[in-house]
Design a protein around this ligand. Structure first.
Ligand SMILES: Cc1cc2nc3c(=O)[nH]c(=O)nc-3n(C[C@H](O)[C@H](O)[C@H](O)COP(=O)(O)OP(=O)(O)OC[C@H]3O[C@@H](n4cnc5c(N)ncnc54)[C@H](O)[C@@H]3O)c2cc1C
Length: 467
């Protein structure tokens, strides 16, 4: 078997792996990054991203618009609130508290952020990026450092020596077995949600057919290998980020095909019924959980319906063309909704429950529709301004919420809650942060913060106790 040696072996070249590689090389340690995909598909789900959540109030941003006062304690509260207070407190604290410093560290590497004023449906506390360029830029920096990226290289086994210390991984390089050894291993292989078998296993029958928004390579074998050498699991294995996407999205690697702005209208299923409080919260706090609710409807499909008053507040990023109609009945027929009569009745009942005051898409405007089931908590305006526009939507797999258990220093824990010597993990390969739901922009921040921490802890351990 071929053998290659370096300081730290990093599995995965998305945000977590690249942050780890950047930090480890900065601290003077060589790295080998193993990446399962060919070079042209590198970057995992990170390649498809667009925003990075940061506490803007804690950072001196050079922008010309007012940055809403979003602090690290707001960030902490948002994660806690959307996860029903189940998120691991230590991990949440590190993400919220270290995100400003991690953002400034990345900015110091000439990362090209885009700054947008907070606008309809998007909360403050975000900077924007182009995922593919972002990955290319980070790898460009590594090209000048003691770092080698091995493409088409799939980690399949973690090696632990007789004394329990992790000393490397075994990988298939274009099918051929190669051993990558080093002083430490960092697992940064993303999640497992691109595996049909794992979606069916963890979410239930039918989920194998869900469209995969991100990389096809995130099928979880490196997580399995880590569990095989004794890692404890953590997080919500039965749940995931499943976003509201255009029904016409590609089956895999569709990227950003969301339909945002559903919160200003209603969402109807094929039975003609509403089934969520569309205005429960801002878009960023609901889109990741409503996708699953939509997928659970008949034919895994539902329809966003808006009228002319709010149609410009809908952000339509999918490939399908919106469908319009002069009446709710004609729109429902054109959309192919099975039960047109119930659709018309549902919208009449909804309209009668609305008592709108001033409409404001940028804040939770308090316009409620009450006495109906489900009620609508904000932006409840009657649908009475034709033409009406409809968008067929489904739920799209973004990433799974389960993973290996880590400490707040990114050490992988065993099933006795002891750190496994020289094994660290970051990003979507870990569990414990997200349950039930997810605040938009946090996946990337979590991966960056913990990727950097994983490298710092690994280098600390290597320096303090050379093997
Ligand atoms: C369409 C889409 C849009 C998103 N938009 C945003 C956004 O705007 N903001 C945000 O914060 N989050 C967003 N997310 C979530 C975000 O992408 C993830 O939370 C984040 O990128 C996780 O980074 P990671 O490094 O843990 O995993 P990834 O970026 O997925 O990287 C994992 C890497 O590991 C590799 N790999 C897997 N298995 C192996 C193996 N056995 N051996 C070797 N390599 C392996 C994969 O090929 C991949 O390159 C989005 C996700 C999707 C799918």
């Amino acid at each position: 078997m071929d053998e290659k040696t370096s300081g730290i072996v990093i599995v995965g070249c998305g945000m977590a792996g690249l942050a780890a590689a950047l930090r480890a090389t900065e601290l003077g340690t060589s790295v080998r990054v193993l990446e399962k995909s060919p070079k042209e598909h590198r970057g995992g789900h990170t390649r498809f991203t667009e925003s990075f959540r940061i506490p803007t109030a804690d950072i001196d941003l050079d922008v010309e618009f007012n940055v809403e006062d979003y602090s690290s304690s707001d960030f902490y509260s948002d994660i806690m609130a959307v996860t029903n207070y189940r998120a691991d407190e230590d991990q949440t604290e590190r993400v919220a508290n270290d995100s400003a410093e991690t953002f400034e560290w990345l900015t110091g590497h000439s990362i090209d952020w885009e700054y947008q004023a907070p606008h309809a449906g998007y909360t403050a506390g975000r900077v924007w990026l182009h995922g593919e360029d972002f990955v290319d830029d980070l790898i460009g920096i590594l090209d000048d450092r003691d770092a080698t990226i091995h493409y088409r290289t799939e980690a399949r086994d973690v090696i632990r020596d007789d004394s329990g210390v992790v000393t490397g991984v075994e990988a298939r390089v274009d099918g051929k077995l190669t051993r990558f050894t080093g002083d430490a291993v960092i697992l940064a292989a993303g999640d497992y949600g691109s595996s049909k078998e794992k979606r069916t296993r963890y979410y239930g029958p039918g989920y194998g057919n869900m469209k995969v928004r991100g990389s096809r390579y995130n099928t979880g074998e490196a997580i399995d290998a880590t569990i095989d050498v004794g890692a404890k699991t953590d997080g919500e294995w039965g749940d995931a980020h499943m976003a509201i996407i255009d029904t016409g999205s590609p089956d895999v690697e569709g990227g950003i095909t969301r339909i945002d702005g559903y919160q200003y209208g209603v969402i109807i299923n094929h039975d003609g019924e509403r089934f969520v409080d569309e205005g429960e919260d801002s878009r960023a706090q609901t889109y990741a959980k409503f996708g699953r609710r939509i997928f659970e409807q008949p034919y895994h499909e539902a329809f966003i319906i808006v009228d002319d008053t709010v149609v410009d507040d809908v952000a339509h990023m999918g490939p399908s063309r919106p469908i319009t109609g002069d009446s709710i009945r004609s729109l429902a027929q054109r959309l192919g909704i099975e039960n047109v009569d119930t659709t018309v009745e549902t919208i009449e009942t909804y309209n009668a429950a609305c008592a709108p005051d001033e409409y404001d898409p940028d804040v939770l405007d308090g316009n409620e529709a009450t006495g109906i089931d489900p009620e609508k908590s904000n932006w409840a305006l009657p649908l009475d301004d034709p033409p009406y526009t409809g968008f067929p939507v489904t739920g799209g797999m973004t990433f799974g919420f389960g993973g290996v258990a880590i400490t707040s220093d990114a050490e992988v824990l065993d099933t006795r809650d002891e750190p496994i010597p020289r094994l660290y993990a970051a990003g979507n390969s870990t569990g414990g942060l997200f349950y039930n739901n997810y605040p938009g922009g946090t996946g990337l921040t979590n991966a960056a913060v913990f990727g950097k921490i994983a490298a710092e802890t690994a280098v600390r351990d290597i320096d303090s106790n050379p093997q």
